[in-house]
Structures are given as C-alpha cells and as structure tokens.
Write a protein that binds this ligand. Sequence first.
Ligand code: FAD
Length: 391
Amino acid sequence: MSLPRLPSVYLSEEHEALRKSAASFVDREIRPHADAWEAAGEFSRELYRKAAEAGFLGIRYDERWGGSGLDFLFTCVLCEELVKGDSVGTAVGLLAQSEFALSALADEANDELKQTWLAPAIRGERIGAIGVSEPGAGSDVASITTRATRDGDDYVISGSKTYITNGTRADFITLAVRTGGPGPHGISLVVFPTDTPGFHVGRRLDKLGARASDTGELFFDDCRIPVSNLVGEEGRGMHYILSHFGGERLVIAAFAVGIMERLIELGIDHAHERRAFGSALIGFQTWRHRFAEMATQLEATRALCYQAAHLLSERDPGAEIAVSMAKLHAAAAVQSVAAEVLQLHGGSGQIEESPVPRYYRDVAGFSIGAGTSEIMREIISRQLIREKENR
Ligand SMILES: Cc1cc2nc3c(=O)[nH]c(=O)nc-3n(C[C@H](O)[C@H](O)[C@H](O)COP(=O)(O)OP(=O)(O)OC[C@H]3O[C@@H](n4cnc5c(N)ncnc54)[C@H](O)[C@@H]3O)c2cc1C
C-alpha cells in the first residue's frame, strides 16, 4: 500500500516530479540489487554515473558545473525516495558524495578546483568523500590533528582519518587538516586526490547498518599536494565545515522520513496479512493506534525537515537550530518506528528475508552520524540560553 501524505505548503509540482523520477530510479536501479550490495559491503560504482544521468548528484549546484541550481527541499524529496530501496547504505554513499563531499567545494572553492573536481563528481565520473573525523576527534572537530605543513608550493600532509564513508574507493577527499595552531582557527579544507603517494586505505570497517556503503580508515604519510588545492581561505576550514553540516544533517533527517514511510507501509501490509486469534493484526486496536502514532511521528518529522530545508535555502539564521531539531527528532522517531514495525512482524521480523531487520539496524547510526543527538541538544540548548540572556 501507499501511505497518504499530508499536503505541504513547501512542495510544488516540480518537487513531486522529482519524487516520481527518484521512486522509479529506486525501483529500477536500487531495490533489485539491494541484497547483493548489502552482502558485498558496497554498491556498484556504475550507480554514480546512473544517478548523475538522472540529475541526482548536482541538485543544488550551479548549472555551470553540471548542477540543477535547485534548493534544499528538492534534496529532502530525493533523500526520502532514495532510501526506500531497502539499502540505506546505497543512499548514504550517493549523498556522501553529492552533499557531504561537494557542498563546501561548490560554495567555497575556486573555479579551477570546481572544474577539476566538482564537475566530474556531479557527472558521476569521480567519487568523493568528506574526511573530518579522526581516531581522536569526532564530535570535537576542533581537536583534529592531521597536519598539513607548507613546503614551497605544496602542503605535506600526515595523519589519519576514520569512519569515512566512500573512503575505501574515493577518487578525492574534501579533507580537514590542521594548517595552523591548536583550536578551530588552525583548520583548513583541501581537496586531496587519493592517487597521491603516501596515501593508503586501512581497514574497511564492518558496520552494524548501512552495510552497502563502504566506511574506511585512511592514512596520510608525508603526502604532497599543491597549495592550490586549498578550498577557500587558509584557517577558515572549521567555519566551512560547520556551515555545511546543515545540509548533511538535513539529509539524515530526510532519510529518516523516507524510511518511516517505507516501514509504515510494510507494517500496514503485514498487519492486514498476518492473522492471530482469528483476526488480522490490523483488527487489534493496539496496532491501529500504534500506526496512528507512527504516522504522526512521520508527519512531525517531515514538517520539521521541510521547515529546516526552507530556512537553509533562504540562508536564514534560524536554519542551524531548525536543522538540529529536525535531526534530533528524526533520529529518535525513526528508531522508535523501526522498533515498532519490528515488533509487529513477530518472528518474521528477526529473519533477514524481510527488509525490516535491515532498516532496524540501519537507523541505529542516525543518532550518531553527521553530529550525535547529544551535540544536536547542545546546539539547541545553547541557542535557548543565549535567547534568555539577551532578554
Ligand atoms: C557509519 C558512519 C559513517 C560516517 N561517515 C563519516 C564521513 O564520511 N566523514 C567523517 O568525517 N566522519 C564520518 N563519520 C563520523 C561521525 O561523524 C562521528 O562518528 C560522530 O561525529 C561522532 O564522533 P565519535 O564517533 O568520535 O564519537 P564521540 O565524539 O567520541 O562521542 C561519543 C559519545 O559522547 C557523546 N559526546 C561527545 N561530546 C559530548 C558533549 N559535549 N556533551 C555530551 N555528550 C557528548 C556523543 O554524543 C557520543 O554519544 C561516520 C560515522 C559513522 C558511524
């Protein structure tokens, strides 16, 4: 069954056209391969090219570089649909490129870097990753230690990164490095080509969920790249990272919306088919009411997402708190819906033949990746306290 959706003032016919095209892409190009890709621990490289042909890798970027020049609401709609292919990892891998790795390049890099890295990535010819987290620095981005030392016209880079999505097969990494002293002002962003001598990929990390996206450890041993690979200005890296976290967090929240929709649909189908004590499960009021609660969680999350997407697109100062609220709420809501639908499936929910247990595992990381729920609460509460102090 297809779940009825509340109308939204934020969506136009163009958004619905993208939804239709993304849904048909998922039916054709993702769901039929989901089991194989989950088992292999990566999806086909060819999918980047196909997603590019469908216009999915450059939604928000300038047409000059092959993008479509659209806003964050289109990104939300795309994410909601891509994640319904029963392979959250595949959607994560695509968006880790199109949103996480490319957004700072699109906004801050010079034309030469855009021509060399952004445009081919939008065409699906190159795979990108974002490299911020390190073994000793995750939430506390300002304490990263991977160092880029200036030597003539080069930076010499040494250090390591971990948990990097697309990391084992990326052609380039939008890399956070320390070019100055300790703290946030000593951080810069560079484009790091992965064929640079001294670079190597460590372990491919075996994850709880999102298994079709590869996640790697990366090592940099005196890697020499030209200073011209600097994104924007030296020492502004932390600012660029923080200002682009909004898009990453919105992507995760929009994934949660799509997953809730898919899970509730699967759940309602199952509740009609499965019988116990002479009745279909849907005949029990407890399940009908739980579906009502799940649908309410879904629509509340969607409303927060669209509002955050609108504010982000408008570059409104309220966007940071709106995105943090959307991601905080989305992670909790999708984890609760996944647990309910798993429970509804009884024993069959424990068996890997259904997508339900996979989604249950996939959403566990939604309160971690792109900023944990504790960090979201920190951002929201800081703003509340600031508001009170200003009164
Ligand atoms: C599947 C996956 C893919 C990822 N992909 C990427 C990627 O592509 N690129 C990249 O750079 N990173 C990536 N990450 C890393 C991710 O961003 C970090 O895991 C996340 O930011 C948390 O950092 P941490 O794991 O070091 O946890 P920590 O920062 O060590 O946190 C541990 C716990 O302490 C809590 N905590 C930390 N600080 C505070 C505080 N001030 N107050 C209260 N509690 C606090 C956290 O909320 C968490 O619960 C990925 C992670 C995963 C799991």
